[in-house]
Design a protein around this ligand. Sequence first.
Ligand code: B16
Ligand code: MG
Length: 217
Amino acid sequence: MGEKILGVIFDLDGVIVSTDNCHYLAWKRMADEEGIPFDRKVNERLRGVSRMESLAIILERASRAYTQEEKLALAERKNGYYVQLIGQLTQNDILPGALDTLRLLKEQNVKVAIGSSSRNTPIILRQIGLSDAFDAIADGNAIRNSKPDPEVFLLAARLLGLAPANCLVVEDADAGVQAALAGGMRALGVGSAAANPTATFHSQSLQTADFASILNA
Ligand code: B16
Ligand code: MG
């Protein structure tokens, strides 16, 4: 029996909404323009990883070195393509089980926050109509170190006014599960992290997660 869970911190991409295909298409367009090989297998490695770290992974296959200035321009170009794509997101893109989970947690007086590496978090939440659904938002705009560093989750806990031990993180990325545990929080692995052996709890998605028993664990 651990400390009581008083707050749940949700990763955004892959937990509340699926933007991974938009990330893939935007990086793919940029990589094709540059003649850099990039596929969905490499894209898997970008899950939960910051924009510049994602670019560094893509550039592993580049045939020449890029200056820091060029790298910033590439990341900005990709982000322009990405912002165009997420402009199409609607409430229908909210992942199954997310709204029911938020409702259940509110009923149980459990606080809810977002802990995302994405600097586009405000745009995405606006697109899917969830800008006011969370008690706190910690995102890529407010942190220096991205997952697996626990900074974004520690910030979310602080904004909720809760100790890390009273928080549960829901994550779809192994880097995010690692970040939650490093921050002294428990982690529910979903999607790509559903089989992560280090996660405290596991579920295919929010739809199948048994929050009633998780909250009493
Ligand atoms: P941006 P999450 C992460 O979101 C994505 O999983 C990752 O693929 C992306 O590179 C990162 O956000 C940064 O996104 O370019 O929008 O700042 O899973 O932490 O919600
Ligand atoms: Mg994610």
